[in-house]
Design a protein around this ligand. Structure first.
Ligand code: C2E
Ligand code: MG
Ligand code: MG
Length: 635
């Protein structure tokens, strides 16, 4: 109600008050067309057509009226002329009779008599002839006293009205021809415009269903086609709905730019079409996501079809240079996994998420276990807000040791949730859910305040606190850190904030500013999980970081390949060259420790030294190391 009143008022003030007087159907149509500009334009074009058609009809009518009135005019003029002739004859007769009396019954016709008759009767070029030639002149016999024809009065017949109309005829014909030409031209234009409109309407209809880049059906169309597939599926047939997602498109974007990435998407779409059987339908439903539906006999191996499609995508592409892109896929089938479209797509989505976790090239069919994962998510969504207030969340700390000497130099705060009935739930599981739910602010503030309050226990150590990308993106993080430091009175230099690579890539300029603002508070910044994502040392230079935490995966690679040691050595050297302190995470074996120490890293963290543990256990560990007892921490 209120909204309508505002709209009406706004309409009136912007000079559209005329609409207020319009009938209800006009207002309704305006509201409807206002919703979709394409509809509005179509309605406008239709109105133009109707107007043009009216103009053509009017032109034809005008032409008909002109011709008709010319005909009628001619007829009337003729009648009027004939009337004139009859009158002239009558007045000739009267004049002859009258002037005969005057001039007597002489057989000779006196020329004066002729002139008088001519003037009285209003006849042009009247002559008396005894033997007139047969011409188009009018003639009237004159009798002598004996009743014999003495001769003829002849005169030039005039047709004043027909003459006038006849002079007008070329003009009228011209007007008629002009109108005819105009109507013909308008009709031709109308017909042409109708074709163009029909073609553009068809194009618009197709465009609404089509992904502009690849020409494949878009998301909405794909769902429509899936509905059709499900409706037409015979009882013994199976409908497969698969989702295919390309891997690492952020990297591809960074390397190829937007246009290059578009080219790659087009190339991938072509490969998909080429690899899929003719009866499969394929669409693009997201920037790097494709969907396909396939209905056929139960013995068709859908997984093999999808796998072949992924292999075809993975073959090298040529986009100014050789580009490789992998993909993963998840699928679900009717009737095996789902009976409705909603269930089928949701389950294919779950399978896709499971495939994403497995990595490049993975094809995962839906299984009920996957659904339990999402049930877990729902559980977390329900329970996490309660856990925050019910004191189920606490921090564990994992010691960080100096590579040289094995002394504990810091601790990393790691969030732990022990659910009353479910037991421990890992941060990697519940933190993404907290991010989705918008709970990360509360959770992050809790971690920061708790870590700083417990940092008092270990005055010689620094405390590392993980920040989620969502927290770093929000400028209010600076105020939070400032106030938490002020409340805890912990020296800012003892706080190390860990951020991840992804957040830097997304918005580099803003991140440089954010890191500078945090630095201004006196805290230090570490880049966590380095090498697990974009692995681009080049961009590191842009950010004023203090520490590089090399991801555990590099440590795992140490033992697996001969090059493992060389790679980590190179990364450590580069990190140090950039002036960063280098920490290696996930050190589990003595052999790794030795190799990493040789590589030149500054600090290490891992199960070899200590697992994350509650604050009290860290107290005990520190007490032991001071007394020189724990073996694990000494190098
Ligand atoms: P992270 O920051 O890289 O933390 C290190 C993770 O590696 C921890 O897992 C730790 O338990 C594990 N780890 C340490 N040493 C070893 C080792 O030698 N071998 C193996 N296999 N693992 C080791 P955790 O506690 O499960 O945390 C996982 C991730 O969750 C963390 O990775 C961090 O990204 C995130 N996380 C944990 N606590 C918080 C938090 O308070 N806030 C935010 N935003 N994220 C957190
Ligand atoms: Mg960390
Ligand atoms: Mg890490």
């Amino acid at each position: 109600m209120g909204g309508e009143a505002i709209t009406e008022a706004a309409g009136a003030s912007s000079g559209r008050s005329l609409l207020a007087w319009a009938p209800a159907w006009v207002k309704r149509r305006r509201r409807l067309t206002a919703r979709d500009p394409a509809d509005a334009s179509r309605a406008r074009t239709r109105r133009m057509f109707a107007a043009s058609r009216l103009i053509v009809v009017l032109a034809v009518l005008a032409m008909a009226a002109t011709v008709l009135s010319a005909g009628i005019g001619y007829g009337l003029a003729r009648q009027s002329d004939e009337r004139l002739w009859a009158e002239q004859r009558a007045s000739l007769r009267n004049a002859v009779t009258e002037f005969r009396a005057l001039f007597g019954q002489a057989n000779e016709i006196d020329p004066r008599f002729v002139r008088m008759v001519e003037q009285t009767a209003g006849l042009k070029d009247l002559k008396f002839e005894t033997d007139p030639a047969i011409t188009d002149r009018e003639m009237q016999p004159v009798m002598d006293a004996h009743g014999r024809i003495a001769g003829f009065f002849t005169w030039q017949k005039t047709n004043p009205m027909v003459g006038v109309v006849s002079r007008l005829i070329p003009l009228i014909t011209g007007i008629a021809l002009l109108l005819m030409g105009f109507a013909g031209f308008s009709l031709w234009q109308l017909r042409r415009a109708r074709h163009v409109l029909a073609a553009s309407e068809e194009l618009a209809a197709r465009a609404a269903d089509m992904d502009k880049l690849t020409g494949l059906p878009n998301h909405a169309k794909m769902l429509e086609l899936l509905d059709l597939n499900l409706a037409e599926r015979a009882g013994d047939e199976v409908t497969t709905f698969a989702l295919i997602e390309l891997d690492g498109m952020a990297d591809v974007n960074a390397h190829l730019g937007v246009l290059g990435s578009d080219e790659l998407i087009v190339a991938v779409a072509a490969r998909l079409k080429e690899a899929l059987p003719a009866d499969a339908l394929c669409g693009r439903i997201g920037s790097d996501e494709f969907a396909l539906t396939l209905t056929g006999p139960a013995d068709v191996d859908a997984e093999a079809v999808i796998r072949a499609a992924l292999e075809s995508i993975a073959r090298p592409h040529w986009i100014d240079t050789v580009v490789r892109v992998s993909a993963h896929a998840g699928f679900a089938q009717t009737p095996r996994h789902a009976s409705t479209r909603g269930e089928l797509t949701r389950r294919a989505e779950l399978a896709l998420r499971a495939a994403a976790k497995k990595g490049a090239g993975a094809v995962v069919a839906f299984t009920p276990e996957i659904d339990t994962v999402s049930a877990d998510q729902k559980f977390i969504q329900r329970e996490l807000p309660r856990a925050l207030t019910a004191n189920e969340l606490e921090l564990h700390y994992q010691p960080i040791v100096a590579a040289n000497g094995g002394r504990i130099v810091g601790v990393e705060a790691l969030l732990r949730w022990t659910h009353a009935t479910r037991g421990p739930i890992g941060p990697a599981v519940f933190i993404p859910v907290a991010e989705q739910m918008g709970l990360m602010d509360t959770l992050g503030a809790f971690v920061l305040r708790r870590a700083l309050s417990e940092a008092h226990r270990w005055p010689d150590l620094y405390v590392a606190v993980n920040l989620s990308p969502l927290q770093v993106r929000d400028a209010s993080i600076v105020d939070l850190v400032r106030s938490a430091l002020a409340e805890s009175r912990v020296a800012p230099s003892r706080l190390m904030l860990e951020i991840t690579e992804g957040v830097l890539i997304d918005n580099p300029d803003e991140m440089v500013k954010r890191i500078e603002d945090l630095h201004a508070l006196g805290v230090r910044i570490a880049l966590d999980d380095f090498g697990s994502g974009y692995s681009n040392l080049g961009y590191l230079q842009r950010f004023p970081l203090d520490k590089l935490k090399i991801d555990r995966s590099f440590v795992v690679a140490l033992g697996n390949s001969a090059n493992g040691g060389v790679i980590i050595q190179a990364i450590v050297a580069l990190g140090r060259a950039l002036g960063l302190s280098v920490l290696v995470e996930g050190v589990e074996t003595e052999q790794q420790r030795v190799l990493l120490r040789l590589a030149g890293c500054d600090e290490m963290q891992g199960f070899l030294f200590a697992r994350p543990a509650p604050a009290k256990a860290i107290d005990r560990l520190l007490a032991q190391t001071h007394s020189g007892s724990p073996k694990a921490l000494t190098a």
